[in-house]
Design a protein around this ligand. Structure first.
Ligand SMILES: Cc1cc2nc3c(=O)[nH]c(=O)nc-3n(C[C@H](O)[C@H](O)[C@H](O)COP(=O)(O)O)c2cc1C
Length: 365
């Protein structure tokens, strides 16, 4: 059954989203993902979602205070607007200082991470540990909002654990301190990434606040986005793990919310093509380090054709660009052989003259 977008939902989302005076012309955001959403990946997302807000990976404000130069993960290109630079720490002064640097670098807004569950971050008072320290959380928002003229936003979770779901009071404190938007991941810190995101809590928070609320957690498709927006009443959605190895997702959801039409899903071959582009981009931007980082991305892209698992096993060990390129070109051939066999057996000639296949054949030749 094809997906339906109700006229009420379409009308509700048709206006640009206002975040403290800044207008964003899409209701679908690309999440900050540490180790994933670097400049190369964001460029791929942006191609399909030209108006969506994207985020950098999270940046350590204390590290920034002592660093002699801006870290690579904070680099933002002029073409990347609208973009949020995400910071984490528990020291209001360092965060205010980092926020000024973020704005100098071109941030459309500054986001503070109050949701990261990783021990390395929480044991130093950052990320989700701020859920247990609302006074400091509020002081951080105040300090950052005073330091910069762009909107200050927060991304957080429901609470520390099932026994400590504190989000209603917490979110209200942040709003009163000057936060201009809240992104809410519908899980607790204790949940990590397990279980389902609890969108019912996102609805409660949305009803409790004046500022816009973005729903996050388990948005893996346009269908999930629509369901979440209907159930929560949120002002938009943020896609996260669903974009790993799939930079098409934000654009797919955005397109559906605008038009009510689903974009045709990329084929396994399109995904290999994208993997190749991603690999080359990482090499150009980061050199050998980029190749090591590319390994995980490659394994996320390569699926849904006979032999994919063997390619994944090899791609997660690549040392050089050449090695990666050669494997991906072989994967393309294998994938094409598979689809040719499928075509022959079903007498289906839909792929003939496919521009994607033509490009791939030309490259593989
Ligand atoms: C690999 C990985 C890296 C992440 N890095 C960040 C980060 O830097 N900042 C942040 O706020 N959340 C980060 N998150 C959390 C996601 O942005 C998101 O809140 C979470 O994955 C829930 O959404 P999902 O169920 O759609 O994946 C990360 C998640 C993953 C899986």
């Amino acid at each position: 059954m094809s997906l339906h977008l109700s006229p009420e939902l379409q009308a509700r989302l048709a206006q640009p989203l206002e975040i403290g005076g800044v207008k964003i012309y899409s209701r679908v955001f690309q999440a900050p993902l540490s180790g994933v959403t670097d400049k190369v990946f964001r460029g791929l997302v942006r191609r399909f979602a030209p108006h969506s807000l994207v985020y950098t990976e999270m940046v350590n404000a204390t590290g920034l205070h002592y660093a002699r130069e801006l870290p690579r993960i904070m680099e933002v290109g002029p073409e990347e607007d609208p973009i949020g630079i995400q910071l984490f720490d528990c020291r209001p002064y360092f965060l205010a200082e980092a926020a000024r640097m973020a704005v100098d670098e071109g941030a459309t807004l500054v986001d503070i991470n109050m949701g990261c569950p990783v021990n390395k971050i929480t044991k130093n008072g950052g990320g989700s540990s701020l859920l247990r320290d609302p006074d400091t959380a509020a002081r951080i928002v105040e300090a950052v909002a005073q330091a910069v003229s762009v909107p200050v936003t927060v991304k957080t979770r429901l609470g520390w654990s099932d026994q400590e779901i504190t989000i209603l009071d917490f979110a209200h404190r942040l709003q009163e301190a000057g936060a201009q938007l809240l992104t809410l991941h519908g899980r607790t810190r204790a949940q990590g990434f397990s279980g389902s995101a609890r969108w019912d809590w996102i609805r409660k928070v949305k009803q409790h606040l004046r500022i816009p609320v973005i729903a996050n957690g388990d948005i893996f498709s346009p269908a999930a986005a629509v369901k979440c927006l209907e159930e929560t009443g949120a002002d938009g959605v943020m896609c996260s793990r669903g974009t790993m190895g799939y930079p098409f997702l934000v654009g797919e959801v955005d397109h559906f919310l605008r038009t009510g039409q689903e974009r045709p899903a990329p084929t396994p071959l399109d995904r290999i093509q994208m993997a190749l582009e991603h690999l080359r981009g990482l090499w150009e931007y980061k050199g050998e380090r980029g190749i090591r980082q590319a390994r995980k991305h490659m394994t996320w892209y390569i699926k849904d054709f006979a032999g994919a698992s063997q390619f994944r096993a090899l791609l997660c060990r690549i040392e050089t660009l050449r090695e990666g390129e050669a494997l991906l070109l072989q994967a393309m051939e294998r994938c094409q052989e598979g689809s040719r066999a499928d075509c022959e057996s079903s007498q289906d000639s839909r792929n003939e003259g496919d521009p994607v296949l033509d490009v791939v054949s030309a490259q593989a030749a």
